[in-house]
Design a protein around this ligand. Sequence first.
Ligand code: COA
Length: 383
Amino acid sequence: MVGAGHTRFGVLPEGPRELLRAACDAAFASVDRGLERSRVDEAYLGSLGFSGWQLGNASAILAEEARVVGAPVTHVENACASAGFALRSGARAIESGAADLVLVAGLEKMTDVGSARRRYWLGVSGDTEWERLAGLTFAGVYALIAARHMAEHGTPAEALAEVAVKNHDHARSNPNAQFHKAITRADVLAAPRVAAPLGLLDCCPVSDGAAAVLLAGEEIARTLTDTPVRIAGTGAGSDYLALQERSSLTSLAATRRAASEASRRAGWGPDRVSFAEVHDCFTIAELVALEDLGLAPPGQAAELTLSGATRLGGRLPVNPDGGLKAKGHPIGATGASQAYEIFQQLRGSAGRRQVAGAERALAHNVGGSGASATVTLFDVGGP
Ligand code: COA
């Protein structure tokens, strides 16, 4: 990675084109020694379709707004993991020798449609026959996962609440985050229930926003900056769409497969990271992620979280940018936003939320309730 850009996340007045343009302009402007846009020879856009605003050919919007018209652009859609898969596609294009310079962007505009349309739009990324048509929302799906995790492992509600409290605290140091307000465990536990046991403050919000990163082969990267961030390994996995088909409710097989592939490719694994960006669309998702990534033994992510280890300053900071929970979750932008955060952190430019001595990191991006997932490992190594 040689450049990265990010818009604010939240309820924003800008439309999809403006958001994409701002993120891409910022990414190009961040390349230390400058980069001619005409040198980009491939681009990928992660997006769920910005609430139907541009259902087909959304790739052209990226070509136009990034001013790379002419370069092939592919629209990647894997629900909330769209940009994670776009990043993986970009990295593989470079790894294979098919491309030298790649733009990867993620975008969603979610707040300018009514709640019924948004519910439909989000819902069609889950199983239709057994879940959506029976009335299950994503909050409902993750509530089932939370209830099962609590029953199997005795996970206390306080641990879920602590994920939200921590991520809100972290987001206060992130100028791009949707929320800058501190909350307490009591606030989380007393908030209105959305789908029991999950309440309002256990949920990620509905967000607008975009993020973009620029990838280059290692040799070219060194001509563009003295401090590139290396994608050491990517991995991905899939699983059944409907929860009922899966072997477990409390673990995502797609994440486990993605982590194992990324580790094999990188030659090192999640146990070596200085911090992690994980997919916390609901508080339970962060606990499940920590266990599936091998950062906590099965059933013990709650204890790790309650110990303070996952806070900034702790042994293993998780979601220093506030995560999906408090930074916001514009569906297709999230995977690119995680890469942006890692770019800042591994270059020591994350300001007040800097993880001291950060040298290795991982990004974990999940599609819907786990039908797809990517894990990407980053470091500061290189030739
Ligand atoms: N966390 C914290 N505060 C939140 C919030 C969240 N997730 N969602 C909304 N709020 C706040 C708003 O800022 C607002 O505060 P204010 O009154 O101080 O301005 C208040 O709660 C009401 O906001 P509103 O937009 O009316 O909430 P809502 O009831 O329409 O929506 C949720 C709340 C939780 C249902 C909605 O955020 C949601 O659907 N989240 C999940 C999105 C999702 O499923 N994404 C895909 C994941 S796989």
